[in-house]
Design a binder for this molecule. Structure first.
Ligand SMILES: NC(=O)c1ccc[n+]([C@@H]2O[C@H](COP(=O)([O-])OP(=O)(O)OC[C@H]3O[C@@H](n4cnc5c(N)ncnc54)[C@H](OP(=O)(O)O)[C@@H]3O)[C@@H](O)[C@H]2O)c1
Length: 291
């Protein structure tokens, strides 16, 4: 396979932005980043002309409807962007005979497991956002069995909206905060996910068998409360943190108690070792505090 030109959706999202930052170190590839103005995922009928305009050798879809709570009341739009649009991109990639990589979530699982979710663990979404992503996975794989899906969890970056930046802002503004302490997961630095994605493209070029569903998250697991404690310590902030139970922090969309993804398949297939989330967090906070 010879992938040179890569079309990336979601230019302004956490992952899209980290891919754009990383792209400079990979001059062999020509990345074309499109935002919602150039390619609106709520309008799948437009995709073919955009893809034909750029004529890429691969498509990476980082754009998504990611407002988890809002998805409960904006069901149609969330489903169009996370399911119908993903299936249409998968179908176009099949017609053009080019690889298609898209992303999904730990929320496709039921949240009740006690050991890490494997890539073939049964889908049983906890909320409507999870349903849209699970439908997107199935629809894309049906129209294009070569679709590559990378499920990830608890994504953070120095760019965009995420838990790390929200915590740092709130800890500066407030004397105390209550943080949910009974949900467990694996934080993911979007920069590390971007690098793994580029490694995946390189592996495809080398003819390696890369196919189906993968999981990517930084290693180690934690709770939101412990995550917040680390953010506080690494950023050198003063704020009293209290661990609370999920039912003390009701949200429109239910959250999973246990969200830990097993990442062995991606580590083996790409020959990578994934950094621990605390190392990734340190890098992200250094970037944020320097800025
Ligand atoms: N964030 C997480 O914690 C998390 C967890 C698990 C899985 N994921 C998955 O990982 C992938 C990357 O997520 P992320 O964290 O980078 O998300 P993000 O920061 O929320 O970015 C999502 C991007 O999608 C774009 N978008 C939304 N609606 C669009 C539309 N109608 N047309 C075109 N673009 C549209 C947004 O555009 P604007 O900038 O214009 O709004 C934004 O740039 C997604 O598939 C997401 O579902 C994320």
């Amino acid at each position: 396979m010879s992938i040179h030109k890569i079309l990336v959706t979601g230019a302004n999202g956490q992952l899209g932005w980290e891919l754009a930052q990383a792209a400079a170190d990979f001059p062999k590839f020509e990345f074309v980043f499109v935002d919602r103005n150039a390619m609106d995922l709520s309008n799948p009928a437009e995709f073919k002309s955009v893809v034909e305009l750029f004529a890429p050798d691969a498509i990476i879809n980082t754009a998504a409807y990611t407002a988890v709570d809002k998805a409960e009341s904006e069901k149609e739009l969330a489903h169009t962007i996370n399911a119908e649009a993903v299936a249409e991109l998968a179908a176009i990639a099949k017609q053009k005979n080019i690889p298609f990589i898209t992303y999904s979530t730990d929320y496709v699982f039921n949240g009740n497991a006690t050991s890490p979710y494997l890539t073939d663990t049964k889908r049983e979404p906890v909320n409507y956002y999870g349903t849209t992503k699970a439908d997107g996975e199935l629809m894309a794989l049906t129209v294009n069995p070569n679709t590559i899906i990378i499920r990830t969890s608890w994504v953070f970056s120095s760019h965009g909206n995420n838990f790390v930046k929200t915590m740092m802002r709130l800890m500066k503004d407030r004397d105390s905060l209550n943080i949910v302490g009974d949900q467990k997961g694996r934080p993911t630095y979007a920069k590390d996910l971007a690098l793994a994605t580029i490694k995946m493209i390189q592996s495809l070029n080398e003819g390696k068998a890369i196919k189906g569903i993968y999981h990517f998250a930084n290693t180690g697991e934690t709770t939101w409360f412990e995550f917040a404690e680390k953010i506080k310590a690494m950023a050198g902030l003063e704020c009293d943190l209290t661990a609370i139970a999920s039912d003390q922090f009701p949200t429109p969309a239910k959250r999973p108690f246990y969200s830990v993804l097993d990442t062995q398949k991606i580590e083996q297939d790409l020959g990578i070792s994934i950094p621990h989330w605390e190392i990734a967090l340190q890098q992200c906070i250094e970037k944020l505090t320097k800025a």
